[in-house]
Write a new protein. Structure first.
Length: 328
């Protein structure tokens, strides 16, 4: 059931992507804001209570609907519910239009338009960023976005669905990632700043939740890319990045396609007050560069191939597991 739910969700998302402004994501933002206002009293245990309510309540809700549909109506309707939830939480089209626009601008030689699109995507000040640095940042942001919007969701959904919990894992992962950004002070006047206790609890929970998926993504990148170089990058260069989980993914990516990643991070636009977005991605901190070739526009196509080959590997594994379960 998991294989078919994921397959249909990906196909629907490619054909008709979810609008950036949609009532479901708006409702989740409002829910997170309400929880922080009412349960974040500044102490450590209050932070964990607020995090649990914001993340676990939506996850338990989708599981309850899944269980009710399975027991009362039947598994075909439950599969449709899984597809609907995955359509909301899973997919490339939530970020791929940014990547495609920047890549097209670079291939046409319009570096100014590429910088503008990168700045609009991440709400950062790019200045007169060199062409190779534009490519590097696009690769880093895109690879992490693919992990958070696709591979991380696949990992948590597949494991919890195998345990009979339906689409609970997909919602758990996406909500944990979202609140890890939403409750951090980004200078926005419309978002109440979370207490240090809530921010610490949220960051700790997100690190734990993403620990295994990040390493699975890095492993799959190694399998479909240059295996030895990717594993070497994972072992020896992941610590160059400030975030441990992101570092594993970026170091494996650098080795898999033999490209230099890491370096100076882009800075937020001065006097800019962003509104936290459910589909946005966390910023990348400054780091030391990994070994590899200077980033070029052609590497963007290599990244696309790496990501899509990884999707094929995931789907083949799920198909084999589904077949084994049916035959067993």
């Amino acid at each position: 059931m998991s294989f078919f739910a994921i397959l249909f969700a990906l196909l629907i998302e490619q054909a008709r992507p979810l609008a950036r402004t949609n009532p479901i994501h708006a409702g989740l933002r409002a829910w997170s804001l309400s929880v922080s206002r009412n349960f974040d009293a500044g102490r450590a245990h209050h932070g964990w209570v607020a995090w649990g309510l914001a993340v676990l309540v939506p996850a338990l809700f989708v599981f309850s609907v899944h269980a009710a549909l399975s027991w009362v109506v039947g598994w075909p309707v439950a599969v449709l519910w899984n597809v609907a939830v995955l359509y909301i939480t899973l997919g490339f089209r939530q970020f791929s239009h940014h990547f495609t626009g920047i890549r097209d601008a670079l291939e046409e030689g319009d570096e100014e338009r590429a910088r503008e699109r990168l700045a609009d995507w991440q709400q950062v000040d790019v200045g007169d960023l060199p062409r190779s640095e534009v490519v590097r940042h696009v690769i880093e942001y895109s690879v992490l976005a693919a992990h958070r919007h696709v591979f991380g969701v696949l990992a948590w959904y597949s494991v919890l669905a195998a345990l009979g919990l339906g689409p609970m894992g997909a919602v758990l992962y996406r909500m944990a990632e979202f609140v890890s950004r939403y409750w951090v002070d980004r200078g926005s006047e419309v978002v109440q700043r979370a207490s240090p206790s809530l921010q610490a609890a949220t960051a700790r929970a997100w690190t734990l939740i993403d620990w295994v998926p990040a390493r699975l993504t890095a492993l799959v990148f190694a399998v479909v890319g240059s295996f030895e170089e990717a594993i070497e990058g994972w072992r020896f260069h992941a610590q160059r990045f400030p975030n441990d989980n992101d570092g594993v993914i970026l170091a494996a990516t650098a080795g898999a396609i033999n490209i230099r990643l890491g370096g100076e991070a882009l800075k937020a636009r001065p006097n800019h007050q962003p509104t936290p977005d459910f589909e946005a991605d966390a910023s990348i901190g400054e780091s030391d560069s990994t070994p590899g070739r200077e980033p070029e526009v052609g590497h963007l196509r290599s990244v696309v191939g790496l990501v899509w080959r990884s999707v094929v590997v995931w789907m083949l594994l799920l198909a084999l597991l589904t077949l084994a379960r049916l035959l067993g």
